[in-house]
Ligand binder design. Structure first.
Ligand SMILES: *Cc1c(COP(=O)(O)O)cnc(C)c1O
Length: 802
């Protein structure tokens, strides 16, 4: 949009008068922020209405992206950037004596997600708007997002994330669009006067789902899509008495908090309730919209796409069936054909403990009609498959096995498309994890490698690098991120390479200042900043990282090593552990204990520092990523479906230290082995160990004195205050045979790490590697990912050429 600085100032002043009836210098930063938010919201509103009108006029096919998590982070700067008024607003505010950075700081981070899955959903919302894909997000408005993490004595403590304490300026409550969601009770099928079988419900518990809409602005294209998050409220009903405390609380709880675990399945009733709550509200609202179009139900799939992000929204399938059968009066065959064509599903994990499985009796109790429909879907599936493939094969693909409902099976059977999130992951789905389904439905399987929005992860968070790039290749890359490859032409341009180094140094200085202020730790911006930021999980192997740090430390202590040999290192961690995941919490304690030991040992001359930032989230990621030299992507091969922090870090010029897992494989295919630091087992070798049961971690321990010394340090008092945790971790590696092959990959990891010293010392070489990584990172923009979804899964319009 176009707006002059003067006009903006006028509008800002008008807004603050109407909101607070005072002068700008009388406002707190929070009030100044709320004022700015209201002005920006008004700017967005025009485009929002216009976009809606255009979609209606063009009868554009709509995508509904169902996700139990959305992790957008802060929205102020992103909205200003996308509207194209960031500089105007910053300058206008400066004229009024307001520092924009203070306003940014008071915004709360919208943390309605655990990690990669929720962040992907947020990147997709940004890209759908930017690519003019008519896309709608559908999720839950949790009153509490992911917990706030504090360290007390090195232990993780969880505090509630009260992100709605202050007004959320971005949301619009739409009570007139509320839906009713039914739980529990009994359902009977009866024939009505027209001879149709219809259900009658008794003793249900009804919940009012009230939507809160947030504008998702596209980048400089005037498109605004909608993120709709549902809040559970008590219905105004004459018939039912909702006054009991228990009843009110049980409704309130549905949208009260996000489950803080992204790595294992939690079989509690409240979680199942959350899933049906946002699915039912969402699908009902879609059909309400669709009926108004006046197009026959038979054409639903030509006008609507429902995307199921991981299995949590799988009940979209039986819910859509329910509405088509019970409310629209379609035959089963007609309803099923429509449902299959409308729904598509993304698989995010093959880890057994994360696969959703619900006991039949829970589903039958909570959503009896949905349960009936799931049973009938399964009965027909088994009937048709048995004829073709025999009973045994068919049983393995059954939705219900031994009283357990397998959500992934339902998602696959009811969708026309099933995609993995990186090439390797999709191959593993086809060949191993979902092989039977692949044999039965080969055409449904496809790959869509994850992506990231380069707007948040470069334009907003690394303005220095962004400007430098534009100085050399112009600004086209902002709209066509793959044009970053034009940077390759400057590989020998030493002026650019020096400037690149300077930008990185500036970012490192800023991060060092933040670390000093918030943690009291001094770090040297000239050290190598080695970064591992992601959820804490055994498969991601933060343990491998900390064991290497420990070994470096012990080597320094043992001396004598020539001082010049080692470039100073700062190891930076950011990670939350699920509150119930005690092993992950023990690793947090270990890293903090190692940090304490090393940071306070003056004898090593500040050669190593360890920084574990508290409360890692989107906002911290935006501070850390621009300052990273090394990107640690060290999961056990086959375990990380894609990863996206690998892409963000690469885009900011970090060198990836990685196993060939997830999207790291595709990063390697683009930048080449020589511009990465690869190590560790590959897929075939791991499967060989699994098949032959021939891995014995004890043998490695016994034959590797350096590693043994390191592991012994966990239990011999070398690291103070970790008696219990040290022993548990030690046992996991030796007594329980090291499930994630940390010891197996240790030597190869140390070797890759030791290459960093000489590479980093050759500044030109390093800067070239960094430049090449940036040059290839544009291809991981989620704009391209979304265009592939639009073309190959949803069959919807988008406005860009690949
Ligand atoms: C990108 C991102 C993630 C995902 O990181 P991975 O390393 O891919 O697991 C998690 N949390 C936040 C806050 C992110 O921004």
């Amino acid at each position: 949009m176009e707006i002059s600085k003067e006009q903006f100032k006028k509008e800002y002043n008008r807004a603050l008068t109407s909101l607070y009836a005072t002068e700008v210098h009388d406002l707190t930063p929070l009030e100044q922020y709320i004022t700015l938010g209201s002005v920006v919201k008004e700017y967005t509103a025009q485009n929002w209405m216009q976009t809606k009108r255009e979609y209606q006029q063009n009868q554009a096919k709509q995508v509904y992206y169902f996700s139990i998590e959305f992790l957008p982070g802060k929205l102020l700067k992103s909205n200003l950037l996308n509207l194209g008024i960031l500089d105007t607003v910053r300058e206008g505010l400066a004229d009024l004596g307001v520092d924009f950075t203070h306003l940014e700081e008071v915004e709360s981070d919208q943390g309605l997600g655990n990690g990669g899955l929720g962040r992907l959903a947020a990147c997709f919302m940004d890209s759908m708007a930017t690519c003019d894909v008519p896309g709608n997000g559908n999720g839950i408005r949790y009153r509490h997002g992911l917990f706030r993490q504090k360290f007390v004595n090195g232990y993780q403590v969880e505090l509630p994330d009260n992100w709605l304490r202050h007004e959320n300026v971005w949301e619009t409550r739409r009570e007139n669009k509320a839906e009713t969601v039914r739980f529990y009770g009994q359902v009977h099928l009866e024939e009505n006067e027209e001879g149709q079988i219809v259900p009658t419900y008794r003793n249900t518990q009804d919940v009012l789902a009230v939507p809160y809409d947030t504008a998702m602005t596209g980048y400089e294209n005037d498109t605004v899509n909608n993120l709709r998050l549902w809040s559970a409220e008590i219905p105004a009903s004459a018939e039912v008495d909702y006054s009991s405390e228990g009843m009110r609380k049980s409704i309130h709880n549905i949208s009260d908090m996000l489950y803080p675990d992204d790595s294992s399945y939690d079989g509690r009733m409240l979680r199942l309730k959350q899933e049906y709550f946002f699915v039912s509200a969402g699908v009902q609202s879609i059909l309400r919209y669709y009926r108004k179009l006046g197009v026959p139900m038979e054409h639903l799939a030509e006008n609507i796409s429902i995307h199921i992000n991981d299995t949590h929204p799988t009940m979209c399938i039986p819910e859509l069936m329910r509405l088509l059968l019970d409310e629209e009066g379609l035959t089963w065959e007609a309803a099923w054909a429509i449902t299959m064509k409308t729904c598509s599903y993304t698989n995010h994990t093959i880890m057994a403990e994360a696969l959703e499985k619900w006991p039949e009796h829970m589903v039958a109790e909570l959503v009896p009609r949905i349960y009936q429909i799931i049973c009938e879907i399964n009965r027909r599936h088994i009937e048709s498959m048995t004829l073709l493939y025999g009973a045994q094969f068919t049983w393995r693909t059954s939705i219900i096995q031994d009283g357990i409902i397998h959500m992934a099976h339902l998602a696959i059977i009811g969708s026309h498309s099933i995609n993995g999130v990186a090439k390797l992951h999709t191959e593993i789905l086809k060949e191993k994890a979902l092989h039977d389904f692949y044999l039965a439905f080969p055409a449904r399987f496809n790959n869509k490698t994850n992506g990231i929005t380069h707007r948040r992860w470069l334009l907003l968070s690394n303005e220095g690098l962004s400007d430098l790039i534009s100085d050399y290749i112009g600004t086209e890359w902002k709209k066509k991120p793959n044009e970053l490859y034009l940077l390759k032409a400057f590989k020998e341009d030493s002026v650019l390479l020096d400037k690149l180094e300077q930008v990185k140094l500036d970012n490192k200085m800023r991060l060092a200042e933040y670390v000093k202020e918030t943690m009291g730790i001094e770090i040297d911006p000239h050290a190598v900043f080695d970064v591992q930021i992601k959820r804490l999980h055994a498969y991601k192997r933060q343990l491998l990282n900390v064991l290497h740090i420990l070994s470096l430390y012990l080597k320094l202590k043992e001396g004598p090593t020539p001082e010049q040999e080692m470039v100073p290192r700062v190891f930076i961690f950011g990670a939350k552990a699920a509150p119930s995941y005690s092993y992950a919490k023990e690793i947090i304690k270990l890293i903090n204990a190692v940090a304490d030991l090393i940071n306070n040992d003056t004898s090593i001359n500040n050669k190593i520092k360890v920084v574990f930032v508290e409360n890692y989230g989107v906002t911290l990621a935006e501070k850390i990523i621009p300052a990273a030299d090394i990107s640690e992507q060290i999961s056990l091969v086959t375990k990380e479906a894609s990863g996206t922090s690998n892409m963000k870090l690469m885009l900011n010029g970090a060198i990836t230290l990685a196993t060939l897992d997830g999207a790291n494989v595709e990063i390697r295919d683009k930048v080449g082995d020589e511009n990465m630091l690869l190590f560790g087992m590959q897929e075939a070798e791991l499967y060989h160990f699994y098949d032959s049961h021939s891995y014995h971690s004890h043998d490695i321990y016994n034959h590797n004195p350096r590693l043994k010394r390191c592991l012994d340090a966990l239990v011999d008092g070398t690291i103070p205050n970790i008696e219990a945790e040290g022993q548990e971790i030690f046992d996991s590696l030796l007594k329980y045979n090291d499930e994630y092959f940390v010891l197996k990959d240790y030597d190869s990891y140390v070797a890759a790490q030791s290459r960093i010293d000489s590479l980093y010392t050759d500044r030109k070489k390093w800067n070239q590697m960094s430049l090449l990584n940036i040059a290839h990172a544009g291809e991981f923009s989620s704009d391209y990912t979304i265009m592939h979804y639009a073309d190959e899964i949803w069959n919807v319009h988008h406005n860009k050429n690949l």
